[in-house]
Ligand binder design. Sequence first.
Ligand SMILES: [Zn+2]
Length: 281
Amino acid sequence: MSPAGAAPTANLPGSHDVDLEFSEADIQRYARHILLAEVGGTGQAKLRAARVLIVGAGGLGAPLLLYLAAAGVGTLGIVDNDTVALSNLQRQIAHSTDRVGQPKAASAAIAAAAINPGVALHPHAVRLSGANALALLADYDIVCDGTDNFAARYLLADACHLAGKTLISAAVLRFEGQLSVFRPAGRGTPCYRCLYPEAPPAGLVPSCGEAGVLGAVTGVMGTLQATEVLKEILGIGEALAGRLLLWDALATRFRVITLRRDPGCALCGDVPAIHDLSAHE
Ligand SMILES: [Zn+2]
């Protein structure tokens, strides 16, 4: 393959040596990527070598998983202990009417495999917990938060920081979405807790299940999240680490605000108070 687009290697912890051999079918499958100078054969090989964990196979996780599988990200893990419900199908496009009642992780894997049988899919039909989070994260380079509750968001933020994994976090509610990238400690960029130090009191911020969400809004945010995953793997463009994207769909307005690391942060600050996941047990 041509080394065109040999962009600076993504700073993935545990970055892999890439194999540039592709089958004729894969060269056709990824032709529109390989045409891009920023991707090329080398970038496509980096995508194949990458391992991404998606937590939540819902409104964000579904488009995220489908685009990463289509893009040829070689290993994809899906964590979700829920089953597909009829009320999910308005936005969770990896599931289908005939799979209502089936485990979501397996249902999402079926949809991803139908698009690209060449990627390794690992459905984990478990609930993320303080006890299993670090073991689940260990096999992956990048972790995506597609969860719908604060307990899981803070657990993932803490676990990714402690495990040195890049966290790509998206959230949606009603007609709005937000997205950011949190790099491991020591890279000078803020963590999730620099932005939101503590979870809001229970009941203060409604969930999508309580307040609703426009289905297409989850699709846009999950697809933006997929784009940031691909940028991180390829090491191209301007990273979203240290910045927060806010989208108001009703106003059709995107804003990007700069985030600063908080030296007093309980997780990544100069004197951190959080050293393990015991608070999440
Ligand atoms: Zn922090």
